[in-house]
Design a protein around this ligand. Structure first.
Ligand code: PEP
Length: 247
């Protein structure tokens, strides 16, 4: 038996109070596979509403957090503030943050380390762009992104690694189970050789990129896929089918 399966729903910049109320009311009534940890990530404005409304079995994540507890950082939110709302998780290094907001590997790593130090668990996203895959640089890119995090973080207990090939995010172009497995296996081997055997065994490595109810079961069968980070489909009823992909 591997580590506990993990399914995250990244709502991105979507939803209103009414929409999210409806979505979570619906999730609260569903029967989830008990062997799956479910975490939803609403926009920061709605974290409080969602944490109060969601069943306790459902974790809640922010989509970003800065690497300071408080101060003159206009527009940012801190891990301390997340804790104040009872938020347990944060997504860091999402490709949209890296691409649109120009977050570097080093900045992402500093935020990962600071969130962990503040007792917020981290979903750390890594993954290659299309041109990087096409030029055979996939392993090089994920290695660079992992190395930056490993430079700042010793204890990976509260880290979930999300492998999200950028070309598969929001495109409807899912990686094949073999393509995803190949990179997950590489990441696990990298953890074994560069962090520790226990870290390699216990760290959840989840896949993200156009996961839906039709492709999740095959992906979930792969040995090194320990769950999913779901974007678009997490806003739809099929999210429950993805959580329950293994039953
Ligand atoms: C994501 O945003 O992390 C993601 C995987 O999006 P989608 O499922 O829509 O491709």
């Amino acid at each position: 038996m591997g580590p506990r399966f993990f399914v995250g729903g990244n709502f991105k910049m979507n939803g209103t109070q009414a929409f999210l109320k409806n979505l979570i009311d619906n999730l609260n009534t569903k029967q989830f596979d008990k062997d799956v940890e479910v975490v939803i990530a609403p926009p920061s404005l709605y974290l409080d509403q969602c944490r109060k409304q969601a069943n306790k079995e459902i974790g809640v994540a922010a989509q970003n957090a800065f690497n300071a507890s408080s101060g003159a950082y206009t527009g940012e939110i801190s891990p301390e503030q997340l804790k104040d709302l009872g938020i347990e998780w944060v997504i860091l290094g999402h490709s949209e943050r890296r691409e649109i907001f120009k977050e570097s590997d080093e900045f992402v790593a500093l935020k990962v380390a600071f969130a962990l130090k503040s007792s917020i668990k981290v979903i750390a996203c890594i993954g290659e762009k299309l041109e990087e895959r096409e030029s055979g640089k996939t392993f090089e890119v994920v290695t660079r992104q992992l190395q930056a995090i490993a430079k700042e973080v010793n204890d990976w207990t509260n880290v979930v690694i999300a492998y999200e090939p950028v070309w598969a995010i929001g495109t409807g172009k899912v990686a094949t189970p073999q393509q995803a497995q190949e990179v997950h296996e590489y990441i696990r081997k990298w953890l074994k050789e560069n962090v520790s055997e226990a870290t390699a065994e216990n760290t959840r490595i989840i896949y993200g990129g156009s996961v839906n109810a039709s492709n999740s079961a095959e992906l979930a069968k792969q040995q090194d896929i320990n769950g999913f980070l779901v974007g678009g489909a997490s806003l739809k009823p099929e999210f429950v089918n993805i959580v329950n992909a293994r039953i």
